[in-house]
Design a protein around this ligand. Structure first.
Ligand SMILES: *Cc1c(COP(=O)(O)O)cnc(C)c1O
Length: 428
């Protein structure tokens, strides 16, 4: 494949945009090569500026659960646009999508819409702190909750108890209120809580992790978190920015039958427009301004175009009784095909899958947390990534990302993908 125009565009972009991108993972730094500039997309495919067609497994990093340019979403946005793009006044559609979301997701009474997943998580933490009148939070190594200061604390820092910032610009003061725990390790969480008795406002978790590849919770992990939170007056935040409206209509709360205190949304909820949201029971949500003392706001929050896209998306999900089953079957088919292809060629790998999330790790061990995810062979991944790309299959340019399966994928597309893996596996 030729990427001539993408190369030219990337050069120009680098002159005026840091690294040529508006979000770092698009830059291909982990895999090398020139990022592909998208021109258009439809259904399961994305087309680049050079006219290449790719079967897309990124899907805008999650939102396109039903495929690109999904007609009900496109039509809803076009119609809304004609009526004006923003008012800074309440609109009826905000209540409409809120009612639908509240009816789909267990255990929530009210929801507030923001403009990104980052904003949702950042606001959820502030609300949890305001509600519990405590300062510290626990997050898990390898979980991503957006780029706000409190969350840019990761593993590898050698800090077991107190996080150290892993981005310049995050102050030590902020970092010391973020405690790091190991994913899927409830004993580790219990000892952190014990060592910080009465100080922890919230535990925030991706209830199915998707930002270190896909890592489902082990049996009892989420239930264990619920119990620790109940025993210590800690609010449990499920960051369902990736999993919400994807793994079940009601997200992981429904799938795993564990209640969270606050739930964060993004990605699918906006149907491809910039939308995030956070939601909880009345007693918690009523602490938000203007009802309560915890401040949170946004000039473009609940923007009519974003709400129209989100509403069309949620309606389509709500109305399709077989959607989750279909997605799960397609993902399972892909899993089995890829596993066969890699096994035939003796390529060491581990595949994690749940619902419409799947990740291929070039590693022998089970991948259950950040440390085990980090043991994957990155050189093999790079070869795999570029091999796939050259065969017209676009997967995330990092080994630490989930593939997102969309309902627009046909079994022909899946077969084409599996055949590509079979070819590439020969020289991995
Ligand atoms: C993508 C993501 C975020 C951040 O959302 P943005 O819209 O990129 O700010 C937060 N949490 C999780 C779990 C995510 O996958």
């Amino acid at each position: 494949m030729l990427y001539q125009r993408s190369s030219v565009l990337f050069k120009a972009a680098q002159e005026v945009i840091p690294g040529g991108v508006n979000s770092p993972v698009r830059a291909f730094s982990a895999v090398g090569g020139t990022p592909i500039f998208a021109k258009s997309a439809k259904g399961a495919y994305v087309y680049d500026e050079d006219g290449n067609r790719f079967i897309d497994y990124i899907n805008s990093w999650g939102p396109m659960l039903l495929g690109h340019a999904f007609p009900p979403v496109v039509d809803a946005v076009i119609e809304k646009t004609k009526q004006g793009t923003s008012f800074g006044m309440p609109t009826a559609i905000e209540t409409e999508i809120a009612e639908l979301a509240v009816s789909m997701v267990p255990n929530i009474d009210k929801i507030r819409f923001v403009n990104s997943g980052t904003e949702a998580c950042m606001s959820a933490i502030r609300l949890a702190r305001g509600f519990t009148k405590k300062d510290k939070i626990i997050k898990f190594s390898g979980c991503y909750h957006g780029h706000s200061d409190s969350f840019l604390i990761a593993a590898g820092s050698g800090a077991v108890t107190f996080g150290t910032p892993n981005s310049p610009g995050v102050t030590e003061g902020t970092a010391k209120d973020t405690l790091l725990a190991k994913y899927n390790d409830i004993e580790n969480v219990k000892s952190l809580v014990e060592a910080n008795k009465g100080e922890i406002a919230s535990i925030i978790v991706e209830p199915v992790a998707g930002n270190m590849g896909c890592i489902p919770p082990v049996d009892g992990f989420l239930e264990g978190l619920r119990a620790v939170c109940d025993a210590n007056n800690i609010l449990l935040i499920f960051d369902e920015v990736m999993t919400g409206f994807r793994l079940a209509k009601g997200g992981v709360q429904e799938l795993k039958n564990v209640d969270a205190d606050i739930v964060c949304f993004g990605k699918v909820v906006g149907g491809g427009l910039p939308v995030g949201a956070f939601a909880a029971r009345n007693e918690i949500m009523n602490h938000l301004a203007p009802l309560g003392p915890v401040y949170q706001a946004g000039t473009l929050s609940g923007n009519p175009l974003a709400m129209a896209a989100g509403l069309a998306m949620l309606k389509a999900i709500e109305e399709d009784a077989d959607l989750m089953t279909r997605l799960g079957e397609k993902t399972k088919y892909l899993h089995e095909g890829i596993a066969d292809a890699l096994n035939k060629n003796n390529v060491i790998h581990t595949i994690n899958r749940i619902g419409s999330m799947i990740s291929v790790h070039f590693s022998e061990e089970p991948v259950v947390d950040f440390d085990s995810a980090a043991k994957g062979n990155n050189e093999t991944f790079k070869k795999f990534f570029h091999g796939m790309l050259n065969k017209g299959i676009y997967i995330a340019p990092s080994a630490f990302e989930t593939w997102f399966i969309t309902d627009a994928l046909s079994y022909e597309d899946l077969n084409e993908t599996i055949e590509a893996v079979e070819e590439i596996a020969k020289y991995l």
